[in-house]
Design a protein around this ligand. Structure first.
Ligand SMILES: [Zn+2]
Length: 88
């Protein structure tokens, strides 16, 4: 499935696993998908990591849609900078 703006997530968050020496990664994708690689998310499509990220975004930006727009713009800017560096 092609994601908005390529194969990298807009943003990632790391959460330390309590039971293992491991980290779970929550990824926000350009199409608004938000996924975690912990077992809870794999089975239930929902987990406390995703919930806490959504919570954080809502607090910081006043809503998930606003946060998504912000990170999309950031990504666009990043890609434009990257391209101008390559062409020079
Ligand atoms: Zn999780």
């Amino acid at each position: 499935m092609p994601y908005f703006h390529g194969k990298y997530p807009l943003k990632t968050w790391k959460f330390a696993s309590k039971s293992q020496f491991n980290y779970w990664t929550v990824e926000l994708w350009g199409d608004g998908a938000i996924v975690c690689d912990c077992p809870g998310f794999t089975f239930r499509k929902k987990c406390r990591h995703v919930v806490s990220v959504l919570d954080e975004l809502t607090k910081e930006f006043g809503g998930f849609e606003k946060a998504l727009r912000y990170y999309r713009d950031q990504k666009k800017k990043e890609q434009k900078d990257g391209l101008s560096k390559v062409s020079k």
